[in-house]
Design a protein around this ligand. Structure first.
Ligand code: DAH
Length: 346
């Protein structure tokens, strides 16, 4: 009985070992090695089965049945593993062990910068009124930025724009107004209705109210019977489309060398509805842009006969428009790339 017990234990151990080695088998070649070792003519199992005859008759059935069952189990395990490995060989996805059902990494979607958003909004409001977009260069000449806009060399009016010079005659444009001359020279003698959006640069200390780089949108209309009333109508329409139908617009006398007469345009304060608050410095009004009738000299510089043609022009800061609309009090936020600010306007 002791012999018998030892034999059964040996078969059980043999089976355990073979099955655990089978788990390590990763290819059909090594699977075949495994089969020869575990089930082949010289395997331990076959050796055991051969010795059964030498056992006492009474003990033979138990060992025989047990060893046959083990053999069957190992053969089944072999077939199963073979099937798995064959499948693996045929299916490259399984072989690569890439789980295509796993969720992917989230892709962060970008959004439009507030300056781009407001530029587009301004463009679409003016597009409805028949204005097309005209582009001018950011690197300008003294001639276009000042001279042709009625500011000869050494004219004190130039002090209104702190300028970044590249050379004596080349500079970074301080405003989009030089585009007026470029548009006039491109369209003359046709009538004009354009806006000129773009970046401007100033040699200024950066504060909550001023940046060295910012955007402007210039507007220009030239034709045969254009008056200040047209300018007013266009700007009232713009103010109400941008800030809501209740907005009031007022014109204040001002001075720009390239317009005559010149005005500054205010809108009743969005925050206090005109009763006075810190945003409008208790006046009830906030300035939104500068404008005027194109100066005859500027019209002539653009190629138009100022006896026959007239025109209006205006210039606004889209960042300033955006700040008024959303109650933002620091222009530096636009160009700091702080996502906490930018994401609020996604
Ligand atoms: N270019 C002026 C500036 O940067 C803004 C401006 C005022 C533009 C009056 C105009 C205008 O076209 O008519 O301050």
């Amino acid at each position: 009985m002791g012999e018998n017990h030892l034999m059964l234990k040996r078969i059980a151990r043999l089976e355990d070992e073979a099955l655990s080695r089978l788990k390590e088998v990763k290819s059909l070649e090594t699977l075949n090695d495994w089969r020869i070792q575990v089930l082949g003519k010289k395997s331990e199992l076959v050796m055991i089965q051969r010795t059964i005859r030498e056992l006492p008759i009474k003990e033979r059935p138990a060992i025989g049945q047990h060893s046959n069952r083990t053999r069957k189990q190992l053969e089944d395990a072999f077939e199963k593993r073979k099937e798995e490995l064959e499948k693996l060989r045929l299916d490259p996805l399984l072989k690569e062990q890439l789980d295509v059902t796993l969720p992917g990494w989230p892709v962060g979607l970008g959004s439009l910068h507030p300056s781009t958003q407001v530029l587009r909004e301004i463009q679409s409001i003016f597009a409805e009124m028949g204005f097309q977009v005209f582009d001018g260069p950011e690197i300008e000449t003294d001639l276009y930025n000042f001279e042709l806009l009625n500011m000869p060399a050494n004219h004190p009016a130039r002090d209104m724009w702190d300028t970044l010079y590249i050379s004596d005659t080349v500079l970074l444009r301080t405003h989009t107004s030089p585009g007026q001359i470029r548009a006039m020279r491109a369209f003359c003698p046709q009538p004009i209705r354009v806006i000129l959006p773009g970046k401007c640069y100033r040699y200024e200390a950066i504060t909550s109210r001023s940046e060295v780089m910012f955007h402007q949108v210039e507007g220009l209309a030239v034709g045969k019977r254009i008056t200040l009333a047209d300018l007013k109508g266009v700007l009232v329409e713009f103010g109400r489309k941008m800030f809501g139908p209740k907005r009031e617009i007022r014109f204040r006398c001002s001075h720009f060398p390239f317009t005559e007469p010149s005005v500054e345009v205010d809108m009743d304060c969005l925050v206090c509805e005109g009763s006075g608050c810190s945003v409008c410095k208790q006046t009830g009004w906030v300035e939104i842009l500068g404008a005027g009738m194109v100066h005859p000299k500027v019209l002539e510089n653009g190629g138009y006969d100022s006896e026959i043609f007239s025109g209006f022009a205006f210039g606004m800061g889209p960042e300033r428009i955006f700040m008024l609309k959303y109650g933002i009090d620091d222009i530096r936020l636009f160009f700091r790339n702080d996502l906490r600010f930018l994401r609020q306007f996604e």
